[in-house]
Ligand binder design. Sequence first.
Ligand code: F6R
Length: 380
Amino acid sequence: MSTPPSTDARAIPDTPDTPDIPDADADAAAVTGALSREAIARVDSTGQLEDVLALPEHLRDALWRVESAIMQGWDTSAGLVVAGMGGSAIGGALARAALGDHASRPIFVTRAYGLPPWTTPDTMVLCASYSGDTEETLACYESAGALGAQRTVVTTGGRLAEMARADGVPVIPLPGGFQPRAAVAYMTVAALEVAALCGAGPRLTSEIDVAAAHTEQLVAEWGPDAGEDSLAKALARGLHRTIPVIAGAGLTTPIAYRWKTQINENAKQPCFSHELPELDHNEIVGWEGAVELGRFSAVFLDDSDAHPRVKERMALTERLIAPNAAASFHLETRGQTTIERVSSLVLLGDLVSIYLAALRGVDPGPVRAIDELKSALAAN
Ligand code: F6R
């Protein structure tokens, strides 16, 4: 049941017990052969694949939208808080990771009903909600107002846009018609640009533009028109019928979380994420019991600029847990700048989640459980 660890960052190890395409067809009526556009379209009723492939355009469009939102450069010495949930919060986390050591003030992401207690009138609070109706984010918007903090909103509309317009708070308008999680590039760029406007980080406008071109190449390399042995398709087949556990470190920590949430929401299956070096102090022991409990697979998201000891840990950790994993993969970011590197693995994970949905024969679009939960809460 085990797979030897990969030593080549891009290599896919043999997964002898992983079903090949004909086996996968046994439980995925939707995929009868290749993971082609046609095969995916059979399950993808709302065009999630197209939205993932449009990531480069979203990066460019997002820049234009922030620029046209008429915002002044407030200087908020206490830093930036990004308040949002799920697919709307991840952009803040990715932006903070991409800024890394270049962040000159605290950048904090809150996924809750409230703001950190140190929020003051000198803090910028970016309220991010694709729908504009997420109650936790609305609560943060109101708290920020009560505390006298500077506010900016990024949304398609909803109650958040209504309140912001009434309060004279700048709104970065997003295009409608996506699943919130598909607006990841918009949310990331909004957080990066607001960070620059409030003095929490450098302006990365041209890096974002360059990253869009780089991501376009990766779309060709990993998208549905690429060969069946392309990295994204091979990974999806390797992870199919397993419970993936994604490990990140530093820059790739929020990317690992993105993979987890995309696999949860698009492929409708359990998936977990953790980060190094912390996981070497707990989760690594849990792998000892993995084989008796289920088919768990491990994915390590490495980065060329990771701390050398973290790189060493990643290789050692993979070697230690591989015997207990149904499959194990070691991947590395692609590109030069942090924006390119973040975008590369976000794109790969998003594609893998759509391919997994196709292999499982499930529609990646609808998120019925989230909708049901929101309706039940709204009725109370
Ligand atoms: C749905 C999704 C969810 C939402 C979350 C918050 O695609 O990814 O995680 O992002 O429920 O809703 P919004 O983004 O509308 O504030």
